[in-house]
Design a protein around this ligand. Structure first.
Ligand code: 6PG
Length: 470
């Protein structure tokens, strides 16, 4: 029996690499790209392989074995709708269309409804791991109709990264747009952890005058850490080690300090506000990128607004330890906030997402893979409904152990005039979360004063309003 083939539409580097991954795992691939350049690259890269490349949508669809399975690997947004429009003229009821791009979850909901009305299945599917991951094993986050998922699961399980015990980094994330929601939050966490790492670097570089080599050594030492070790710390050590060909100095020091973004971090912050879930570490990472983009204004302000620049040299051994523990707590907060958000979205949108499974499939292949995901998975296996993992015994202990280090690091950075947009947000988050009382009593009084918004009392039942100026 020949194996049913699999379609890949969109042959940018991610699409080509996923196609090659699918073929390597034993599934014949039909690959489509309208433009010449990517189609030619696919032909060149798949010579002698079981990949048929076409630039015609009707040919693409007719070459696929019904019921067809088509993976879209196109840039999220309008382009995705255009390719869907073109495919819809040829696909038939029962076919499964998978969107492997970073689509907004509301677009995925809309597209799923549209295809369902035509008898087709739509699977919104997050794929993480960059170019290498796409080729050798990404983490895959599919959602939507479960039967449709089961039809594509044998392929996804083969091409996904594998954890230590050999299980594939793919799971059914839940109904509707669950897959793209989980991937969006993955990216929000990615933003948070990267910004935390950058702040540690900034404290050492600008605040303490360490060289890039010394900072690189620190991150290299941390790659084996059970608390902060993971892909992003690994590639930080790699980036800091890279030399500029022309000057021979660290390449990072030559890079313009304005960060780009494609939207998934911002969407994470937006949906968290909509759902009323606090994710300050993740949201502040988006603000940090926005502030980085104000380069001209910052150059002007740097000549007008004064403050400390650098501070007294701290004991290096001690500083290494507190920075490690502060980064650990920051990373824990990123996962805690992100998973809290997914938990809330799952309840709100009826996804039915299993957080232990999410932690499992993030363990390998994706950008936020880290050693922390083992204890996180353990926590949600034991307490699937847990709102915030900071309340689990394992993370309560870790948080209590590291909070003073984070406080010290934020204090030191403040003294040096180095911004701690995410480290500081994490400290305030944990301090708020552990506060039985917050100053919202005064806030309520103010709201009631100017707007008669009313308030409740600690000492009696009911809703109250006061004439505050009498
Ligand atoms: C991944 C990445 C990838 C990319 C995002 C974020 O999981 O492989 O998350 O999807 O990094 O698009 O990119 P920006 O930083 O440009 O928003």
């Amino acid at each position: 029996m020949p194996t049913d083939n699999f379609g890949v539409a969109g042959l940018g580097v991610m699409g080509r690499n996923v196609a090659l991954n699918i073929e390597r795992n034993g599934f014949p691939v039909v690959a489509y790209n309208r433009g010449d350049e990517n189609a030619a690259k696919m032909r060149a890269e798949s010579r002698d392989k079981n990949v048929t490349v076409t630039q015609s949508i009707p040919d693409f669809v007719s070459l696929l074995t019904p019921p067809r399975r088509v993976l879209l690997m196109v840039t999220a947004g309008r382009g995705t709708d255009l390719v869907i429009d073109a495919l819809l003229a040829h696909l038939e009821a029962g076919d499964v269309l998978i969107d492997g791009g970073n689509s907004h979850f509301s677009d995925t909901e809309r597209r799923a409804e549209r295809l369902q009305a035509r008898g087709l299945h739509f699977v919104g599917c997050g794929i993480s791991g960059g170019e290498e991951g796409a080729l050798w094993g990404p983490s895959i986050m599919p959602g939507g109709n479960r039967d449709a998922y089961l039809r594509i699961a044998p392929v996804l399980e083969k091409i996904a990264a594998k954890t230590d015990d050999g299980s594939p980094c793919v799971t059914y994330c839940g109904l509707g747009a669950a897959g793209h929601y989980v991937k969006m939050v993955h990216n929000g966490i990615e933003y948070g952890i990267m910004q935390l790492i950058c702040e540690v670097y900034d404290i050492l570089r600008r605040g303490q005058g360490w060289s890039s080599e010394e900072i690189q050594q620190l991150f290299r030492d941390w790659t084996g850490s059970g608390q902060v070790g993971g892909y992003l710390v690994d590639i930080t050590a790699q980036c800091l080690a890279k030399r500029d060909d022309s000057s021979g100095t660290a390449l990072v020091e030559k890079i313009l300090d304005t960060a780009g973004q494609k939207g998934t971090g911002k969407w994470t912050a937006q949906t968290a506000l909509d759902l009323g879930i606090p994710i300050p570490t993740l949201s502040q990472a988006v603000n940090a990128r926005i502030l980085s983009g104000l380069k001209d204004a910052r150059v002007e302000a740097s000549a007008k607004l004064t403050g400390p620049s650098g501070g007294a040299e701290a004991d290096r051994g001690h500083l290494r330890r507190v920075l490690h523990d502060a980064l650990h707590l920051g990373m824990v907060a990123c996962y805690a906030q992100g998973l809290h958000l997914i938990q809330a979205a799952s309840a709100e949108f009826g996804f039915g997402t299993d957080l232990a499974e999410v932690a499992r499939i993030w363990k390998e292949g994706c950008i936020i893979r880290s050693k922390l995901l083992d204890p996180i998975r353990q926590v949600y296996s034991e307490h699937p409904r847990l709102e915030n993992m900071l309340l689990s015994p394992a993370f309560t202990t870790a948080t209590n152990r590291n909070l003073s280090a984070l406080r010290e690091v934020v204090g030191l950075a403040n003294d040096c005039g180095v911004p701690t947009t995410c480290l500081g947000a994490t400290l305030a988050y944990v301090d708020s979360y552990r506060s039985e009382f917050l100053p919202a009593n005064l806030l309520q009084a103010l709201r009631d004063n100017f707007g008669a918004h009313t308030y409740r009392r600690l000492d009696m039942e009911g809703v109250f309003h006061t004439q505050w100026n009498r």
